[in-house]
Design a protein around this ligand. Sequence first.
Ligand SMILES: [Zn+2]
Length: 126
Amino acid sequence: MSREPNQADRPPAAEDIPEIAREKRTIRAMVEIYCRAHHDPNGGICLDCREVLDYAHARLDRCPFGGDKTNCAQCSAHCYKPAMRVRVKEIMRFAGPRMACRHPILALRHQLRSFKKPKRKGTKSP
Ligand SMILES: [Zn+2]
């Protein structure tokens, strides 16, 4: 997919929103921790975990809260399909406590954001 040169009439891309970019990094770090502990891939992430990560990133790209978003785990929108929700939850439950030593800054920001209540916007995720 290539970008069109004229984007003036478009909303800001998800990757331009710092909260979204940070949440993507957080989820990627969590998936890496989980995958290394459970699947022992030869560097990187195994295909199963990559699928979860790609899905989570795709949902973030469509996040209706944008810069107002809280952590996906606290989000009221529940935009994940049930099967993916289960997998992501398992990854977060395992990697969450381990984030503090591997990625202290990301983990701290994640903690701080968990106190933030998402504002409901008109758009609802399907
Ligand atoms: Zn894996």
